[in-house]
Design a protein around this ligand. Structure first.
Ligand SMILES: NC(=O)C1=CN([C@@H]2O[C@H](COP(=O)(O)OP(=O)(O)OC[C@H]3O[C@@H](n4cnc5c(N)ncnc54)[C@H](OP(=O)(O)O)[C@@H]3O)[C@@H](O)[C@H]2O)C=CC1
Ligand SMILES: Nc1nc(=O)c2c([nH]1)NC[C@@H]1CN(c3ccc(C(=O)N[C@@H](CCC(=O)O)C(=O)O)cc3)C=[N+]21
Length: 283
């Protein structure tokens, strides 16, 4: 089995990003990302810290706006409008999930589509499904880059995606379709799920259930991308597939951790830098 090592690819790309940022700074432009986090979801806190660390390493200015749990939609919208208008801010990311008193769709729609580093705004989602250039959701984007780096062909392949969230499954289906795969999206209503996953040349799982898929559910020689992040009682992290059992069964597979996660953050940085390059061009 070939290990699709997201962490080492992320490290490689980080070096190129450091150079790109150095060049931008010579032109007087400092790429800037603002991450908004409402409340204190423990998983979000870890990811947010990872993002801050990576930004610092690359030289991207990153500001964390930590808002209390009881923040209202009105307060959050006011902050987003202010950041939309701030010419020094390139990327805006609102960490999801939001507390239940806040309507996520309304918040995402308020972000300027040109600063929407997550690629979640309706404008960017529309462009993605039309196969037009735009900002793309970071986790799916990272998966595509990881597969490309390992020369895994996608055109004509049967790709099965398990999970249909706005963050992972749906945008990934669009990217795979744009790359000429034959795409099936499965979810909790799918009948005979594991018979379906067994037909996949490339299987991508994002459901958030520890070691849900085993050897019997995967075609021999398939490529497996595991997006799931599940924290076990002992504090360790594992994916949605039984990695140890699949090792000798598949042709290539991402580990968890150090697979898709680091690539997600890399894509976030990449898009922040691209937006800042646009700012440099406009002068
Ligand atoms: N590595 C990374 O960068 C990232 C990792 N993640 C991780 O990926 C996982 C999924 O995240 P996210 O997409 O946000 O999760 P959501 O909870 O939003 O979506 C989960 C999806 O999985 C489906 N599902 C749940 N249980 C089953 C089941 N037993 N059989 C079939 N389908 C099922 C749900 O179906 P239905 O729609 O019918 O409810 C839903 O579509 C989580 O573990 C999360 O932590 C997420 C984002 C980034
Ligand atoms: N607006 C928004 N955008 C997101 O992109 C977004 C979000 N909200 N909410 C939560 C999910 C989850 N997510 C991850 C990012 C990095 C790792 C990551 O760095 N993982 C490491 C460490 C894992 C660990 O040890 O916990 C790894 O897999 O190696 C994981 C998960 C982004 N998300």
């Amino acid at each position: 089995m070939e290990l699709l090592d997201g962490r080492s690819l992320a490290n490689e790309l980080t070096q190129a990003q450091q150079m790109a940022v150095t060049q931008l700074k010579q032109q007087g432009i400092i790429p800037k990302l603002v991450v908004i986090m409402v409340g204190t979801d423990p998983a979000s806190t870890i990811y947010t810290k990872n993002k801050q660390k990576r930004a610092a390493k690359i030289g991207i200015a990153s500001e964390l706006k930590q808002l209390p749990d009881e923040t209202t939609a009105t307060d959050l919208l006011a902050l987003i409008h202010q950041l939309n208008e701030d010419a020094t801010v390139d990327g805006i990311l609102v960490q999801l999930p939001l507390p239940k008193q806040i309507n996520e769709d309304q918040i995402i729609q308020a972000i300027d589509p040109q600063k929407d580093v997550d690629g979640f705004s309706p404008v960017n989602i529309g462009k993605l499904w039309l196969n037009e250039p735009g900002l793309v959701a970071c986790t799916p984007n990272g998966i595509m880059q990881l597969l490309a780096a390992y020369n895994i062909d996608i055109a004509g392949k049967n790709v099965v995606i398990v999970g249909r969230s706005n963050i992972v499954g749906r945008p990934l289906a669009a990217l795979m379709l744009n790359a000429n795969a034959t795409v099936t999206i499965a979810h909790s209503h799918t009948v005979a799920l594991k018979a379906l996953t067994k037909t996949a040349d490339i299987l991508i799982v994002a459901i958030g259930r520890a070691r849900f898929f085993g050897v019997d559910d995967v075609k021999k020689g398939a490529v497996v991308v595991d997006v799931g992040i599940n924290r076990l009682e002992d504090g360790s992290v594992t994916g949605d597939v039984d990695f140890e059992a699949l090792k000798t069964h598949v042709s290539a597979m991402t580990p968890v951790p150090r697979g898709v996660g680091p690539m997600t953050i890399t894509m976030l940085m990449a898009q922040t830098i691209e937006i800042a390059k646009g700012r440099a061009k406009r002068g």
